[in-house]
Design a protein around this ligand. Structure first.
Ligand code: DQA
Length: 137
């Protein structure tokens, strides 16, 4: 089974960025944990700060992979283009957030990703990604 985690803007700074919200671990370290936990899966990781690159990646993997775990970060709340990409592809997308966006500012309560997503997992810290993987199994 082939699953890709796609992370959007500023998630390359996990570990340093607002650790009181996002924790103190880098995504690279967490991804290594996931790979050793799910040895039977082909797990991939992609991150970009650029909206168009995220859309390109969704199109590239979205007809052949078994699952996409998407944390579109700030673009969640702004990007019609990414929302359309989720709807345009065949591979199911699980939307993930580290924080509980509904406990935060009002602008984070809107998601352009959710309408096309298979499901949404948020608020469990980095563990949200593991729960998303398990949802595909
Ligand atoms: C986030 C929540 C977004 O509102 C924010 O812009 C992020 C991270 C999360 O994982 O909690 O960058 O997607």
């Amino acid at each position: 089974m082939k699953i890709i985690i796609i992370n959007g803007p500023n998630l390359n700074l996990l570990g340093k960025r607002e650790p009181e919200i996002y924790g103190g671990k880098t995504f690279e370290a967490y991804f290594a944990d996931l790979q050793s936990k799910f040895k039977d899966l082909e797990l991939e990781y992609y991150q970009s700060n650029i909206e168009g690159e995220l859309i390109d990646k969704m199109q590239e993997v979205g007809f052949t992979y078994d699952g996409i775990i998407l944390n579109a970060a700030a673009y969640t709340h702004t990007s019609v283009g990414l929302g359309d990409a989720v709807k345009a592809i065949n591979t199911p997308v699980v939307e993930v957030h580290i924080s509980n966006t509904h406990q935060r500012e009002d602008f984070r309560h809107v998601s352009y990703i959710s309408p096309g997503a298979k499901g949404v997992i948020l608020g469990f810290g980095l563990q949200s990604y593991e729960l998303a993987i398990r949802s595909f199994l």
